[in-house]
Write a protein that binds this ligand. Structure first.
Ligand code: DLL
Length: 433
């Protein structure tokens, strides 16, 4: 087990981490300049050459890379290794335009799986564990990443992929699975279903969950932990940078340690591109220090986040990122007010609802409207219209105080909102702007 807890790296003194980052960055920039004409051109346009990059402190001189660059260079324009050295692609779901296709050499796969192994070990995983991977397999990075990490740790890996909830539960119970990896919304659904089947937290063999790929609140964490009787750990990542395991929570469950020996993180002002000091909220930007095939340099994630180097009592020294607060692009602007779905979720869960909701935004007579459809739990389900109206008013007041704008609340019957097996679709934006 101890093989993937790597204290010499994960708990290295700051100077050692910086030394390693300096060395890797200088090499990486020289290499992409030499082999990727797209990067060379972008650097030339900004008037910077590899000679200007002597240490990590010079990183701000380099141009940013955005999703638009990935689209322009699609599919092979950012490849930094010959195809004969690449062994895999993974891809995003591509809901907004062209899919991102990321390439991996065997070295890149090993590096990625090692990051996932660190996450599993940080959640208490050892080779004694049975780890059920219920993230989707295939082009999505969730299944393959955690599958590889679980193998490296030596867990008995159960590659169920997503979907077929009854079969998931059968395997959890029959094989006595101890670790569950899936999206938090699917974990909540599995919990809800198991509860209906009569399983209490003490009947369920799971001890830990590794949940990520979408935003989830602390309240949702507490709910899932209670229903499944586990400790629920957050894991973050994105296809462009490798997949899950770019960062992960330790036993403190207080921010996710970024694997800084591979990925250098910055927070920038999304409007000006200026690098912000530690502790300030802004857009998260990553540079891959030693990936070979698809080394993103200063890639703008659009995730809104805060970094901290405060000491963590787990002993790891790698910088921590707070749960992403949303994305610069899924942040809803409603009547001029920035609204994050996670804020709405917090209000619902605080008032005892399950995380089964949908946010519908529209524009009527040039005014934005916000409606939140919320499922009643089976316990609160009633046909007493007075009760329903009271509940709706209470939720409306909670939302107003959290968001600063009015929302229409519609309570709907249990099970009437479609469940997701992967990332939940929370927002329907009907505005044609
Ligand atoms: O979602 C990779 C992943 C798989 C992460 C499994 C964790 C677990 P993409 O499909 O490329 O990759 O989506 C990346 O998802 O930029 C965030 O906006 C969001 N995201 C990922 N993890 C978290 C998290 C995978 N823990 C995009 N909390 C990212 C909040 C997350 N948002």
């Amino acid at each position: 087990m101890e093989r993937y807890y790597q204290p010499e790296i994960e708990c290295a003194p700051r100077e050692e981490i910086v030394r390693m980052q300096n060395e890797k960055l200088v090499k990486q920039i020289r290499r992409v300049w030499d082999v990727v004409p797209y990067y060379r051109k972008k650097m030339q346009e900004k008037g910077v050459t590899p000679d200007d990059i002597k240490s990590i402190d010079d990183i701000h001189k380099l141009p940013f890379l955005s999703k638009a660059d990935l689209r322009e260079a699609y599919p092979y324009g950012l490849l930094a290794k010959p195809l004969k050295d690449c062994v895999r692609i993974q891809s995003t779901s591509g809901t907004t335009g062209k899919r991102v296709v990321a390439f991996y050499t065997q070295h890149d796969i090993d590096l990625w799986e090692e990051c996932c192994a660190r996450a599993i070990v940080a959640a208490g995983g050892t080779n004694e564990d049975v780890c059920q991977v219920s993230y989707g397999y295939g082009l999505f990075t969730g299944g393959p990443g955690l599958n590889g990490g679980s193998h490296k740790v030596g867990c008995l890996t159960v590659p169920t992929s997503s979907g077929n909830t009854e079969r998931q539960i059968m395997f959890i119970m029959d094989l006595q699975a101890t670790i569950l990896c899936c999206t938090p919304s699917y974990a909540a659904y599995l919990g809800e279903t198991m509860k209906e089947m009569g399983y209490g937290p003490d009947d369920i063999p799971l001890k830990a969950g590794i949940f990520g790929a979408e935003a989830w609140s602390e309240e949702m964490r507490r709910d899932i932990e209670k229903t499944l009787g586990i400790k629920a750990y957050d894991i973050y990542g994105l296809t462009e940078i490798s997949g899950p395991g770019v960062s992960f929570e330790c036993s403190e469950q207080h921010g996710m340690h970024i694997n800084e020996d591979h990925f250098y993180a910055e927070i920038i002002d999304p409007d000006t591109g200026e690098v912000l000091p530690e502790g300030q909220q802004g857009e998260l930007v990553f540079t891959c220090l030693d990936k070979e095939a698809f080394p993103m340099i200063r890639y703008r994630t659009r995730d809104i986040c805060v970094l901290t180097r405060e000491k963590c009592s787990c002993g790891r020294t790698h910088v921590r990122m707070r749960k992403p607060q949303g994305r610069t692009d899924d942040m809803l602007i409603i009547r001029g007010v920035n609204v994050f779905p996670s804020q709405i979720e917090t209000v619902l869960l605080n008032q005892g609802y399950a995380p089964n909701y949908q946010i519908v935004v529209d524009r009527v007579n040039n005014t934005d409207t916000l409606e939140v459809l919320v499922e009643m739990t089976p316990e609160m389900f009633t046909d007493n219209l007075g009760d329903i109206a009271d509940r709706q008013a209470k939720l409306g007041a909670g939302l107003l105080s959290m968001l600063g704008i009015k929302a229409k609340v519609s309570l709907v019957a249990p099970k009437s909102i479609t469940r997701s097996e992967g990332k939940a679709v929370r927002v329907i934006d009907r505005r044609k702007i």
